[in-house]
Every structure is written in C-alpha cells, then in structure tokens.
Design a protein around this ligand. Structure first.
Ligand SMILES: NC(=O)c1ccc[n+]([C@@H]2O[C@H](COP(=O)([O-])OP(=O)(O)OC[C@H]3O[C@@H](n4cnc5c(N)ncnc54)[C@H](OP(=O)(O)O)[C@@H]3O)[C@@H](O)[C@H]2O)c1
Length: 331
C-alpha cells in the first residue's frame, strides 16, 4: 500500500501503526531525505521492511498516477483535504485503487461522501475521516442510536483533541477551514450556514467545562449519517480558549422524540497517536475487503472500529458502555 505524506507528523505515526500490523508500505512525500530517514527508523524500531520510498507532488496528475501504479490501497495524509483530496481520489478511481484519508474538514468529508456513485461505477472503496476527528464522535453516535432504538430528533457532538505538536499541515488546514468565518449545522434535514461563533456554548465533558462553538467539521456529517437525525450540531473547541490538558475527548448527546437525552463520552490519549491507530486499522480492514462506495469508517466497520483500534473505553451516561453494542458494520 501507499502512504502519502508519510514523513509528516501524522504520516510517521501511521507508518509505525501500519508496520505494527505487518503491512508493507510504500512511503511517499515531496522530500526524499525525510522519507529515507523514516524508512531507516521503521526498520531499526520494528524490523519493518518498507515497500520503498517515492517522491510525489500531489498537485501533478502524472506524478500521482506514477506513484499509485501497482499499489493495493492509498492512505492519504496530505491536507488541507478540501483542496488536496480531489486529485488524489481522481487518481485512485482511475487506477481502481481503494482510498482512505484522515480528513475532518466538513467540505472534504461531504465532498468524498458525495462521490458514492462514481466509486461504485469504478468498483472502488473510498473512506474519509479515519482519524480522531470525526471517527471518535461517530462511534459514540452509533452506540447511542443503537441504545435508543429510534431516530433521535437532535444530536450534538463535540471533540477536543490534545496534540503534542501542531504541524504546518494542521495549522494550514485549520486556517483554511475557519478563514471563511462560517460553520454548518443541520436543521430539519437541511445544511444551515451561520457565522462562526454563533451558537457558542459551554459543554462539560471529560471532567472539564469547555468553551465550544459549532464548527465546519466532518463530525457533522458522520453524526447525521450514524443517527439519521434531522437536527445536528458538531462543536469544536473555541480556538481562543485554553486547552484543558486532560487528553483527547469526544462527547455525544442524542435527544429522542420523547425528549429523553442520552450522552456518551470517550477518552483517547494524544490526538495524532489516536488518529494513527484509527487510520491504520481502517486501512487494514479495507485491504481485507470492503464494499465499493464512499463511506465513513463507522459505516463500513461499525462502532467497534475506534475502540478496537485504540483500546479506548466508551462511557454512556457516565457508565461503561454495555458490551455488544452494535459494532457490525456493513462490509
Ligand atoms: N482527522 C484527524 O483527527 C487528523 C489528525 C491529524 C492530522 N489531520 C490532518 O492531516 C493533514 C496532515 O497533517 P500532518 O500533521 O501530518 O501535517 P504535516 O506534518 O505538515 O505533514 C504533511 C505531509 O504531507 C506532505 N505533502 C504536503 N503537500 C504535499 C503535496 N502537494 N504533494 C506531496 N506531499 C505533500 C508533506 O511532505 P513534505 O514534508 O515532503 O513536504 C508532509 O510530509 C492535515 O490536513 C491535518 O489537519 C487530521
């Protein structure tokens, strides 16, 4: 398989997680030196043999086609995905190769999910959002919807990641995503765009009060699809508020037609490490066989994916989740 952006902050951790799963990986990015350093480090740490190092410029269709030729799956960490994912997906469809990414911008997640017909026509599996955001809130919503046994009227989700290092890729992605000053929510089944900051609130999860605001994130789509709710809000941590320093947390709340409310939360450690485990496990499962189409990780692999990948535990209404919650997926 091919890992795009392998020498980046998330790419290096994903490469190690893939190696730990015994997968042979072609490492690709713009600069050869850091890729060769990574290949040596993987070999020294795990005895992992990589499937070579290749330079690629994702903005160049010929360069992309050359590096994708002959691989069984592409895992991309090249963001901002709203701008960079399209050409990579095009190249994967043309080559008939499955694609997985770690996008969490609303436009990127929605953009990939809108390509289901194309993906089926090419017989290719496309998966977006295989990272802490939005997979952590998705697993919570799948569990709440399964527990309620009915379609909630309103779902609210929130995520607050703690990261050891904020890379150029993350900084650029956040900047491009928030620079339009707009956030989306679903109201009565329709996307509503409002000024960023509107609907800001304080939510308590992970033992801390957090200043949150509706954000243009993929969690909005995954929460809607996982629940079927017509009204959905996905909150991000207010960039101006201080972090809580208690690890990465995801939270979800579902309100039934009778007004009864259920909540669930999940703690993960460092956010990029969690992303690496979720992305690598998603790639491993897609390689093992997944239906053509455009999917979220939870649609393909169910509520158990994130907890299986990371070892994290979910608490529903303050209690550990009941084992055997729907985790089936629809591979
Ligand atoms: N879903 C989640 O929870 C989650 C978690 C972490 C990150 N992310 C997202 O993942 C993306 C990457 O983050 P990161 O921290 O890994 O960033 P990073 O450390 O800056 O790494 C990005 C990598 O992509 C490569 N790259 C960038 N543009 C390229 C191009 N046009 N062609 C070929 N390679 C290119 C770079 O290669 P060179 O070094 O050779 O230039 C670099 O290795 C961001 O969009 C971030 O928001 C999502």
């Amino acid at each position: 398989m091919l890992l795009l952006g392998a020498a980046g902050n998330s790419g290096r951790l994903i490469a190690a997680e893939l190696a730990a799963r015994g997968l042979s990986v072609r490492l690709a990015g713009r600069r050869r030196g850091p890729l060769e350093d990574l290949a040596r480090a993987l070999s020294a740490a795990d005895g992992a043999t990589t499937a070579g190092v290749r330079t690629v410029e994702a903005g160049d269709a010929a360069s992309l086609a050359g590096v994708i030729a002959g691989v069984r799956l592409v895992l991309s960490t090249i963001g901002p995905f709203a701008r960079q994912a399209g050409p990579v997906i095009d190249a994967c469809l043309a080559a008939g190769v499955p694609y997985v990414d770690i996008a969490n911008e609303w436009a990127a997640v929605r953009g990939l999910l809108d390509r289901g017909d194309q993906a089926r026509a090419h017989g290719v599996t496309l998966v977006t959002g295989a990272g802490f955001g939005p997979a952590a809130t998705e697993t919570l919503v799948l569990r709440l919807a399964g527990q309620m046994g009915t379609v909630p009227g309103l779902v609210r989700v929130a995520a607050a990641a703690e990261v050891a290092h904020r890379s150029d890729g993350v900084r650029q992605t956040i900047q491009e995503s928030l620079s339009q000053g707009v956030a989306m929510t679903y109201r009565d089944g329709q996307v509503v765009r409002e000024a960023l900051g509107r609907g800001a609130t304080v939510l308590t999860f992970g033992g801390a009060q957090r200043q949150m605001l509706p954000g243009p994130v993929g969690d909005l789509e995954t929460a809607r699809l996982a629940s079927g709710a017509a009204n959905v809000v996905a909150y991000i941590a207010d960039p101006a508020a201080p972090g809580s320093g208690t690890g990465s947390w995801a939270w979800a709340e579902a309100t039934g037609p009778d007004g009864q409310t259920f909540t669930a939360e999940l703690r993960l450690g460092e956010g990029v490490r969690a992303t690496a485990a979720i992305a690598a496990e998603t790639a491993r499962r897609v390689l093992a066989g997944a239906r053509p189409g455009a999917w979220t990780p939870g649609q393909l692999f169910g509520a158990g994916l994130v907890t299986d990948a990371t070892g994290a535990e979910v608490a529903v209404d303050g209690q550990p989740a009941v084992p055997g919650m729907p985790a089936g997926g629809m591979r």
